[in-house]
Design a protein around this ligand. Structure first.
Ligand code: NAP
Length: 203
């Protein structure tokens, strides 16, 4: 399959590119800054909000993974970047997986994760709020989107190739996953779409 990954230099995006290569996909990777040389990858410099560029890249592409994250202090950029990618995906009839945050999941303790300080300490509220808004942007859009929420803890680690999958309730015990296994789940979702438009995974 031909895939495009935006935010390809990031923790999640780089693992999605690696997992896609492992599965033999044809990958176009979009970087905002320097272009790395990754064998087998078509590397393109660009911004998610460059609609013309994005639509051009998506021609003939079977799936788009949006793995962008705004820099600290620029959380308001998350909504417009997501909207631009949804617009491009819709215009080109490309399925899009938006990698978001745990914030908009339901907490097993009631309410949303963003309002549960067991999972969202004060200093990460701005990015958690951006992820809640990101899901609202998706819900208001007619593109063929799926929103994946990581568990509470997402960090680089081991690729075990296994994970638990849930819908829109935070998975606990433990609420963590490696970025490598999140990439496995994203590529699995692209290969075999599940029934939920908002899902989560955990180790
Ligand atoms: N537990 C959780 O809920 C949790 C934990 C971690 C991450 N996440 C989510 O996972 C997703 C990916 O995060 P990450 O940790 O992989 O982020 P990251 O390592 O910061 O990488 C994000 C990448 O996106 C790029 N980017 C940002 N805005 C862009 C734009 N408009 N156009 C093109 N590229 C853009 C950045 O480029 P620059 O380097 O130029 O900024 C960066 O390379 C985000 O939605 C994040 O909120 C959730």
């Amino acid at each position: 399959m031909k895939l495009a990954v935006v935010g390809a230099a990031g923790m999640v995006g780089s693992r999605v590119v690696a997992e896609a290569l492992l599965r033999g996909h044809d990958v176009t990777a979009v970087f905002r800054n320097q272009l790395p040389e990754i064998p087998g990858v078509r590397a393109v410099r660009g911004d998610a909000t460059d609609r013309e560029l994005m639509e051009g890249l998506l021609s003939g592409v079977g799936g788009l993974v949006a793995a962008t994250r705004p820099r600290p202090g620029d959380e308001a950029a998350a909504g417009p970047a997501t909207k631009a990618l949804l617009d491009a995906a819709h215009a080109t009839r490309t399925r899009i997986i938006v990698v978001g945050g745990a914030g908009p999941l339901h907490s097993p303790n009631g309410g949303l994760v963003i309002d549960d300080d067991r999972y969202v300490p004060r200093h990460i509220r701005p990015i958690a709020a951006a992820s809640v808004h990101q899901l609202e942007v998706c819900r208001a859009h007619s593109a063929d989107w799926v929103y994946v929420s990581p568990p509470a803890l997402l960090e680089p680690g081991e690729r075990t190739g296994t994970y638990r999958r849930g819908s829109d309730v935070l998975l606990t015990g433990p609420s963590r996953i490696s970025a490598e296994d999140l990439a496995v789940a994203i590529l699995d979702e692209l290969a075999e779409p599940g029934s939920d438009r908002h899902f989560t995974v955990a180790r």
